[in-house]
Design a protein around this ligand. Structure first.
Ligand SMILES: Cc1ncc(COP(=O)(O)O)c(C=O)c1O
Length: 455
């Protein structure tokens, strides 16, 4: 059996990794890593861990040895930076006042966050439910789509990721997360994602995307006849960034076949792409929009499902998901503080500006360095696809010998003073820029800046 693709995680399992452990980590770190490996279930991608952290702030992580790493990855939670003081203060204050809210009660903070999201979300997306994780928001959306349409089938995308539970992996499309656990949800059909660089229909031979991938969704919906929903990430975090025409076509296809369109914006809503909601780039409104990750300010776990007002009557007699922390005021305080911070600090226009500059620089570097096969970006969701020099084959297919494939480090060294945490001015007691290390895996093929500012 071939090895499942590990595009989501740690791909450097080479001798260089062994060298990193031997030469760059001290005894205390190695001992903690060994304990971690002893007491946690080992699972692919996250263990063995790379390092042991003792601090995080802004765009930086700090390890046991006091080294600061510029974090390009952030697990997609750091729209407002790690340890944002405004979020911490809101959490602390809420904990003093009302720290929990049992079911059948509500509270001012939860209502304020639901109201704020309903006001911000486009169109008639103005009914909200909170869940404790992105995965559970996905489960709730699938359930809601069944109830609203009276159908159960779903069209999802290969390569997509929607979370870890059985229902979420059923609609995800990465083999690594789906294999070895037996039967998944019935009625799920997968279609190829809108990946223009490696289009299954070879659209590059016809001058670029001609929406064959959207036409195929139409074909599947037509043949299935009774699909409840199409679920997708409007931009894949890898990233794939479709043309607006793609989503406009899919929206029309869903409407024609009376299927809902569910957008999983969990990793990139709330500003990462330069808009509050990613769907705003495409000029369409989904029927259900999912948020998570950074909604809790990068500190607390909080996700949300925002749906059309019209769906309220369909679910009002049902119990579709009362999670224990559904209206937890502390989580909601983190969410409110995060949204306020994004608005008050004009983060959206800042991300648009910085994303544009960075994309231009990466495109210029692409001319210079043949291993940069493709550069894609929307705001600060950016990716460089590393390929072999001669064949455009993904460099990750050669990870065991990636140095041989790519040649000696071709990327210019970033000077630490070229990059600074965007909120440094708002966090006067914090250290300045670190030592220019960057976190993430030391051989990954993706480059995903979080909230940073070129000086
Ligand atoms: C697109 C997408 N959907 C859903 C999830 C699941 O979120 P959580 O880990 O909070 O359950 C993730 C997490 O990485 C994600 O990237």
């Amino acid at each position: 059996m071939s090895t499942a693709d590990q595009s989501e995680g740690d791909i450097n399992l080479t001798e260089q990794r062994t060298n990193w452990i031997t030469n760059d980590l001290d005894e205390r770190t190695r001992a903690l890593l060994a304990e971690d490996a002893r007491y946690f279930f080992h699972q692919s991608l996250s263990t063995p861990c790379l390092n042991v952290l003792t601090g995080c702030d802004g765009s930086y992580l700090e390890d046991v040895q006091g080294r600061r790493f510029f974090d390009f990855h952030g697990n997609s939670v750091h729209q407002v930076g790690f340890g944002n003081p405004a979020v911490i203060q809101a959490i602390a204050q809420q904990m003093q006042e009302l720290s929990f809210c049992p079911r059948r009660y509500t509270n001012e903070t939860a209502v304020a966050l639901a109201k704020k999201l309903a006001q911000l979300a486009p169109g008639d997306l103005n009914r909200v439910l909170f869940t404790p994780s992105g995965t559970t928001a996905v489960g709730l959306a699938l359930k809601l789509a069944r109830i609203v349409t009276g159908r159960h089938k779903v069209v999802a995308m290969w390569d997509a990721f929607h979370g870890a539970s059985l229902d979420a992996i059923s609609v995800s499309g990465e083999r690594l997360f789906r294999e070895g656990v037996g039967p998944l949800l019935p009625g799920v059909s997968h279609v190829p994602p809108p990946d223009e660089y490696r289009c299954l229909w070879e659209c590059h031979q016809r001058g670029g995307c001609d929406l064959k991938c959207a036409s195929y969704i139409d074909y599947v919906l037509q043949h299935e006849g009774d699909v409840a929903a199409v679920i997708a990430e409007p931009v894949r975090t890898i990233p794939y960034i479709p043309r607006p025409e793609y989503w406009q076509a899919v929206r029309e296809i869903c409407d024609r076949h009376q299927a809902l369109l569910i957008f999983d914006e969990i990793p990139h809503a709330l500003g990462r792409t330069g808009k509050m909601f990613t769907c705003e780039h495409f000029g369409i409104i989904p029927d259900l929009l999912l948020l998570g990750k950074g909604l809790g300010g990068g500190i607390l776990p909080l996700a949300a499902i925002i749906g059309r007002d019209a769906f309220n009557s369909a679910v009002s007699q049902m119990a579709i998901g009362h999670y224990t922390h559904e209206k937890n005021p502390v989580l909601c305080a983190a969410g409110l503080a995060t949204l306020t911070y994004i608005e008050e600090h004009n983060l959206l226009s800042h991300v648009q500006q910085l994303g544009q500059q960075t994309l231009q620089q990466l495109q210029a570097m692409q001319q210079q360095f043949p291993i940069s096969g493709d550069v894609r970006g929307l705001g600060l969701l950016l990716g460089v696809e590393l390929v072999t020099r001669s064949t455009n084959q993904s460099a990750r297919d050669h990870r065991s010998g990636s140095r041989d494939v790519c040649g000696p480090a071709p990327w210019p060294q970033l000077q630490s003073d070229q990059w600074q945490h965007p909120f440094a001015a708002a966090t006067p007691n914090r250290d300045g820029p670190g030592n220019g290390h960057s976190s993430g895996n030391p051989g990954g093929s993706l480059w995903r800046p979080g909230q940073v500012k070129a000086q």
